[in-house]
Design a binder for this molecule. Structure first.
Ligand code: ASP
Length: 309
């Protein structure tokens, strides 16, 4: 056991321009990121597990309507919410995920339940709902997830073929949330949660609930949580690629992240970013978009909060 721990979180990457942000909005985002970081850090500081810190930080972001996850999830093509989430424990590479679920306050907690108790890794749709009921998860009423701004976003594209990343919409409201942590016991964990894309249909699922694409953790390499155009992150198996470059090519965390985001993802026109921490407590927060809501802390050091590039 050491006294060092590390935590990084994100609230989505995309076209985040200072010119379009009011000071109040910026303060609200900064406060929400700081709060989520604090909740997670308190667990790490007390010697708690990386997994618990990730769950606490992601839950805090899911409860905040500013982000496209949990309460603030975007509207799908039929005016509902379908949420995706996943979690991974780097110490044993156990993982859990849920996709296309509705009415659950904290999808990240359901993902953990899947990991801990279902004997499976990924549950979807109605089956995942039944599992949530069986495990005693409360169903939140539809109005818990209603947000006038996101409803207006959806109304603009309702009935069209447009499927919009929360990132690319006018008056943008970002985004998917995630956390990665290293605890004092040397264990890593990662978690990601999202409402997906506005106006999505056909049961569209992105990278966030898919282990290896949106989320990955392995004590020997790193913990990673992604955000951006999910289809590209799925095709690039982005989170696992960072880990592989470290493991097989001996790259540092920063080198691996730069290779994956600035070369491989960019080469297929994918946009987004990720947060990552390695077993030594190094942090990398790369993105190829204008900005990414992000925050991080190392034991005993000052909190970093960033929005723009
Ligand atoms: N990656 C998420 C998805 O495609 C979206 C996001 O990161 O905002 O579902």
């Amino acid at each position: 056991m050491t006294s060092s721990y590390t935590l990084a979180i994100h609230g989505g990457a995309g076209t985040i321009l200072k010119s379009e942000m009011s000071p109040e909005k910026e303060r609200a985002y900064t406060a929400a990121l700081e709060e989520a970081l604090q909740v997670g850090e308190a667990i790490l500081k007390a010697g708690g597990a990386a997994l618990d810190a990730v769950i606490a930080a992601v839950s805090s972001l899911e409860d905040c309507p500013l982000f496209n996850a949990g309460r603030g999830s975007v509207y799908n093509a039929v005016g509902g919410h379908e949420m995706d989430a996943s979690i991974m424990d780097g110490s044993n590479r156990m993982a859990g995920g849920v996709a296309g679920i509705s009415g659950i306050r904290n999808p990240i907690r359901l993902a953990r339940e899947v990991m801990d108790h279902s004997g499976h890794v990924l549950l979807i749709g109605e089956g995942a709902q039944q599992y949530a009921d069986a495990r005693g998860f409360e169903r939140m009423p539809a109005d818990y997830f209603h947000d006038a701004f996101r409803y207006a976003q959806w109304k603009e594209v309702q009935g069209t073929e447009a499927v919009q990343l929360d990132h690319t919409i006018k008056d943008r409201k970002f985004g998917t949330v995630g956390a990665v942590a290293l605890d004092v016991h040397g264990h890593l964990a990662a978690g990601t949660s999202t409402g997906g894309m506005t106006n999505k249909k056909f049961g569209r699922v992105g990278d966030s609930p898919v282990i290896g694409a949106g989320t990955y953790a392995y004590d020997r390499t790193c913990a990673v949580s992604c955000t951006g155009s999910g289809e590209f992150f799925l095709r690039g198996v982005v989170a696992y690629d960072v880990s592989c470059l470290m493991e097989y090519k001996g790259m540092s965390l920063q080198e691996a992240c730069d290779e994956v985001i600035h070369r491989r993802l960019t080469a297929i026109d994918g946009d987004g970013g990720l947060i990552a921490v390695d077993a030594l407590g190094n942090i990398a927060l790369p993105f190829n978009t204008e900005g990414m809501y992000r925050a991080s802390v190392n034991a005993g050091q000052e909190v970093f909060v960033g929005i723009y590039g």
